[in-house]
Design a protein around this ligand. Structure first.
Ligand code: ADP
Ligand code: MG
Length: 327
């Protein structure tokens, strides 16, 4: 199969039409129409086999995971998804792999409201680079900077699930099948919080998506805002499936804090807007949990029922916290 045939067969066909896509796949470049008066929001993500996913991961799961993770960056900016390009490097041309990949990619693209408008196909070790683009009204993008002292630190959904899902793939576990399926879905099929982010944008000061773990990503937000935070460990939202997965509370806490790849959002919201923010989240049936406060001191302090977590436990637990965020 030639490269041309491959692109035609798997990527060019069955693309949805949109008035915003004047010219999609098949020419030297795409021609696109940004919504009038809006700003373009752009992000790129690369996933390499063996580094970001196990090389034998089924093609449809690779597609779902790559697209969900990439679109999560648009959610974190409170942007609306528009279109994306895909640079795909394949070790060989397997028609069954490409078929499964393309079908899952098209399905997930439709669900997330984003259109594939171009790409590049090359031979080499399996990797995918997705450049996602969205739009936002001027002034409504949520950045990492902008937190203010006293803001409520809120997280969407639950934390640590994706790490447990990965753990169950790497090591056999004694969990029920229903719980395992759900946790693995959380790992393989990130659900960008697009709608909630857009609705919360006028109420929140800033946001980041949780790709590296709450500790690390909240750290980025604090650094950008030049502030610190108190984080209440007992408030971290854990799913029923995660609680069933392990009785080791320390381990669950570690996963919730540093497991990563949950692709939930961490936002800071002024207290005056909190009730309204919670009502919006409730109307979308997405948990929105108060996990701490923004403080002036440039440190990230972990609290256990309001008491600072002792340094000894910090070391044993392996948290890299009580750290200075910036000087
Ligand atoms: P050129 O040599 O002009 O860059 P290509 O042969 O690389 O053209 O691509 C032809 C068309 O197919 C372009 O519109 C390109 O965006 C699209 N394309 C190539 N690879 C992919 C892919 N993996 N997914 C989606 N579109 C692709
Ligand atoms: Mg090209």
């Amino acid at each position: 199969m030639s490269e041309f045939e491959l692109i035609q067969r798997y990527f060019a066909r069955n693309q949805p039409t949109s008035s915003a896509v004047t010219l999609g796949i098949g020419d030297d470049a795409a021609i696109l129409q940004l919504p009038v008066g809006e700003l373009l929001v752009v992000s790129v993500d690369t996933m390499v086999a063996g580094t970001h996913f196990l090389a034998d991961t089924p093609a449809e799961l690779i597609a779902q995971r790559a697209l969900g993770a990439a679109v999560s960056d648009l959610a974190a900016m409170a942007a609306r998804p528009l279109w994306y390009t895909l640079a795909l490097t394949l070790p060989d041309v397997s028609e069954s792999w490409l078929e499964a990949f393309a079908v899952a990619l098209a399905q997930r693209s439709a669900e997330l409201g984003i259109i594939l408008v171009g790409g590049d196909t090359t031979r080499g070790p399996l990797s995918l680079t997705l450049t996602v683009q969205g739009s936002v009204q001027p002034g409504l993008a949520l950045q990492r900077k902008g937190a203010q002292v006293g803001d409520i630190i809120a997280v969407t959904g639950t934390l640590g699930d994706s790490r447990a899902g990965l753990e169950s793939l790497l090591h056999p576990q004694k969990a029920t099948m229903a719980d395992l399926d759900w946790l693995r879905q959380r790992f393989y099929r990130p659900e960008p919080r697009l709608q909630l982010a857009q609705q919360l944008a006028p109420l929140a000061h800033c946001a980041i998506d949780i790709s590296d773990g709450l500790m690390a990503d909240l750290g980025h937000l604090l650094q950008a805002s030049q502030l610190g935070a108190e984080l209440e460990l007992t408030a971290l939202p854990l799913s029923p499936a995660l609680k069933n997965f392990s009785q080791d509370q320390q381990r669950l806490r570690d996963w919730a804090l540093s497991g990563g790849e949950d692709f939930e959002l961490c936002l800071t919201i002024p207290a005056a807007n909190w009730a309204q923010a919670q009502a919006l989240a409730a109307s979308l049936a997405i948990p929105l949990t108060d996990v701490g406060r923004i403080i002036a001191a440039p440190t990230l302090c972990l609290l256990d029922e309001g008491q600072p977590v002792p340094l000894s436990q910090v070391r044993q637990g392996g948290y890299d916290h009580f750290r200075r965020i910036h000087d």
